[in-house]
Ligand binder design. Structure first.
Ligand code: NA7
Length: 552
């Protein structure tokens, strides 16, 4: 680990107890929000649970952690100077490089004095009489703020499954999303990895190079496309930087706020030879560009089958043992209906003699014992277990905080049957509570940094407007919210996404309502809607002046 812990400081000034705004979390969202609040002349405190900035990237420091969006795109766009001066080293950024970058941002924009590290927000309660939020932390802070802005992240509530006996395990266990900062030496160890999502698919090939015996416990196989990661020559970056602003403009007008080659053709409008040629080309280039080979892969099952079949064929061609290859080939969902993974040597890792694959569908885990992990079939003796079992995504980070709005209503209760927001940025009954990349916003379906910037800018504009107009309270309208939720569900229903048991659907958390979490209408469309809302005088929001006597 690098600069994440090096120069972070807690505020040196006398502890303040009143702020215009409290920001929860200092990952990409929290840092940029703090910057914009300061530009507005508002006082703000960012609370951060970690002992360094970086959010999800701070915690996910497992071996092999890397972003699957390319380096030149996975960065802030708000400062031309920043994007011109930063130099990346590889096609896809490694976790520690992202942490260096985000620490650089915290320093360059002098954000550290606004941040209190090692502090987790535990409660936010709206005081209706005062029109203010009372915010509490696990360090005993009790502060008041007009605005609370959650930048708590979509993938920050790491989830260890409830497997009986974990406490009895004599070895060490880890979760990829909460990895220790000190290096873990797996040399000569028998290691089990549970989970084959993006994190598992990244950590497995790296661990395989260190351990004596690697056992992968797979419940559901996923589709993965090779990254073909490589060093990124400075000349190549310089060429990109000449047109950085234009690249960003085009990306932001697109579906996922990422520059891909978005095809205008249906997979069914071309013959098999042409399809094969297109898939070969995209496979050779690597990364998630593959998912955009044709324009109907995510809306038409027959079209999707052609891409899914292609990748299944690739798996069979890479993995020498046909039984393992069959287990690794997904059959329960189509390519792209769950987040497609991007890997380095994932499938080939299963050709190594010390790497084995256990099919948990056939032989589920029954318990963990002192010596290892037991399935219905047998005991697997292990020295360490790595949980790559994902997150309570999007809503999980908010559920961890006791958030109460008007009438003491808990956010968790309001969202009992699934999240309800307007634009993913506010929820009715919780005045002046904002969410950066909240549920029913594009967030995880996009280059999340672009979504963060768009949300933060939008919130900052609203706060600036309220300041200028002497307004004290913003709140989503109930009907606007109902319509937005319905619109989201309808958009999702026109795609193949609801057909998959994914964390996009909340399907990975027992008891979580099965609701499609992100807005899937496209980043460009979403941005246009947000602009129209402003142009129409913040349509769907109630903006109110302070009530006489201070009540909002
Ligand atoms: P994911 O994508 O949610 O993957 C979690 C994996 O863990 C997945 O294969 C799960 O299988 C598996 N899992 C979860 N619980 C269990 C239990 N109880 N037993 C066995 N296997 C289990 O999380 P990641 O961290 O990999 O990726 C999250 C995002 O981070 C990713 O999409 C990128 O955006 C970055 P399942 O599919 O539920 O059968």
């Amino acid at each position: 680990m690098t600069a994440s812990t090096s120069s972070t400081q807690t505020p040196t000034t006398a502890p303040a107890t009143t702020f215009d705004a409290v920001v929860i979390g200092t990952g990409f969202a929290g840092l940029y929000m703090l910057l914009r609040l300061r530009e507005l002349g508002l006082t703000a405190r960012g609370y951060e649970a970690g002992d360094g900035v970086g959010g999800t990237w701070y915690w996910n420091c497992y071996p092999g952690a890397r972003c699957d969006v390319e380096s030149m795109q996975y960065s802030y766009s708000f400062s031309e100077e920043l994007q011109q001066e930063w130099v990346w080293s590889e096609r896809y950024p490694r976790q520690d490089e992202i942490i260096n970058y985000i620490n650089h941002v915290a320093d360059r924009f002098k954000l550290r004095p606004m941040i209190q590290l090692n502090t987790r927000v535990t409660s936010a309660v709206y005081d209706e009489a005062a029109g203010l939020w009372q915010v509490g932390t696990d360090q005993g802070d009790r502060v008041t703020a007009r605005y609370v802005i959650s930048a708590a992240g979509c993938l920050s509530a790491a989830r260890v499954p409830d497997i009986p006996g974990l406490d009895s395990f004599k070895g060490k266990w880890y979760h990829t999303g909460n990895w220790p900062k000190e290096e873990v030496d797996f040399t000569g160890k028998r290691v089990g990895v549970i989970g084959t999502g993006s994190s598992g698919i990244q950590v497995i090939p790296v661990l395989a190079n260190q351990v004596a015996q690697l056992t992968v416990f797979q419940r559901t196989p996923n589709f993965s496309i090779p990254a073909w990661n490589r060093p990124l020559p400075v000349a190549e970056q310089d060429a990109w930087k000449v047109n950085y602003e234009e690249h960003r403009r085009v990306a932001k007008a697109s579906r996922s706020a990422i520059l891909y080659e978005y095809s205008q053709r249906s997979a069914l409008a071309v013959d098999e030879l042409e399809r094969q040629r297109e898939y070969d080309k995209r496979w050779a280039r690597g990364g998630n560009n593959f998912t955009h080979s044709f324009n109907d892969l995510l809306t038409n099952k027959a079209a999707n089958d052609t891409a899914s079949d292609y990748v299944r064929g690739k798996i069979r061609s890479i993995v020498k043992d046909p039984a393992k290859a069959a287990l690794l080939a997904p059959t329960d969902h189509g390519l792209g209906t769950k987040r497609v993974c991007v890997d380095t040597n994932y499938y080939a890792t299963y050709n190594l003699p010390h790497v084995s694959l256990v099919d948990l569908r056939a032989t589920p885990i029954t318990k963990i014992e002192p010596e290892g992990l037991r399935t219905t079939d047998k005991l697997y003796p292990l020295d360490a277990i790595v949980f790559a079992t994902g997150y309570d995504a999007v809503t999980g980070s908010l559920d961890l905080i006791d958030i109460r709005g008007r009438g003491g209503l808990a956010l968790k209760s309001k969202w009992h049957e699934g999240p309800r927001t307007y634009l993913g940025v506010m929820t009715q009954g919780f005045p002046n509570l904002f969410m950066v990349t909240g549920p029913q916003s594009p967030s995880i379906a996009t280059n999340v940094i672009m979504s963060i910037e768009q949300h933060v800018d939008w919130i900052a504009r609203l706060l600036g407007h309220m300041n200028a107009q002497g307004l004290a309270t913003a709140e989503a309208d109930a009907k606007a919210e109902t319509d937005w939720v319905a619109n989201n569900n309808e958009l999702a229903s026109k795609t193949l996404f609801p057909s998959a048991n994914s964390w996009f659907m909340g399907a990975n958390i027992p008891g979580k309502p099965r609701v499609f979490l992100p807005y899937i209408g496209g980043f460009g469309n979403y941005t246009n809607i947000c602009e129209e809302v402003i142009a129409a005088g913040y349509k769907g929001f109630h903006l109110s002046p302070p009530a006489p006597g201070g009540k909002a």
